[in-house]
Write a new protein. Structure first.
Length: 120
């Protein structure tokens, strides 16, 4: 089993590739497959890079590596220890991020993390 997982965030300005400080799309690399997550592809929420960590939804997550302009200049990749990755994925699911593409078994597991709607 891998000890780390790569998570890519669309956190750079599409006009110049500079870090924008917001993220609304992510992709999780699972066994060579990318699972797509979206909150708001037109903007997103506050996203911060800290030395050795990232911060989103008022939570800080340790990273063991960062690759800027991963794929194209809009995306950065962050390598997280497996425990931090699990906490990040739960945080994204609980804050309204939706799985919009990828393997069904992973998507089903992700969707199970989201809060259930309460009947009125």
């Amino acid at each position: 089993m891998r000890k780390t997982v790569a998570v890519h965030f669309a956190c750079n300005d599409p006009d110049n590739g500079n870090f924008a400080g917001k993220a609304g799309m992510a992709a999780v690399s699972v066994g060579g497959e990318l699972m797509d997550l979206e909150l708001d592809f037109m903007g997103g929420v506050k996203f911060t890079e800290i030395d050795g960590a990232i911060r989103i939804h008022r939570q800080t997550f340790k990273v063991s590596g960062t690759t800027h302009w991963c794929g194209n200049w809009c995306w950065n990749a962050y390598t997280l220890p497996r425990q931090e990755y699990r906490r990040l994925v739960r945080t994204l699911a609980q804050n309204g991020w939706r799985c919009t593409g990828g393997l069904v078994r992973w998507s089903d597991a992700y969707d199970a993390l989201a809060p259930k709607a309460v009947a009125a």
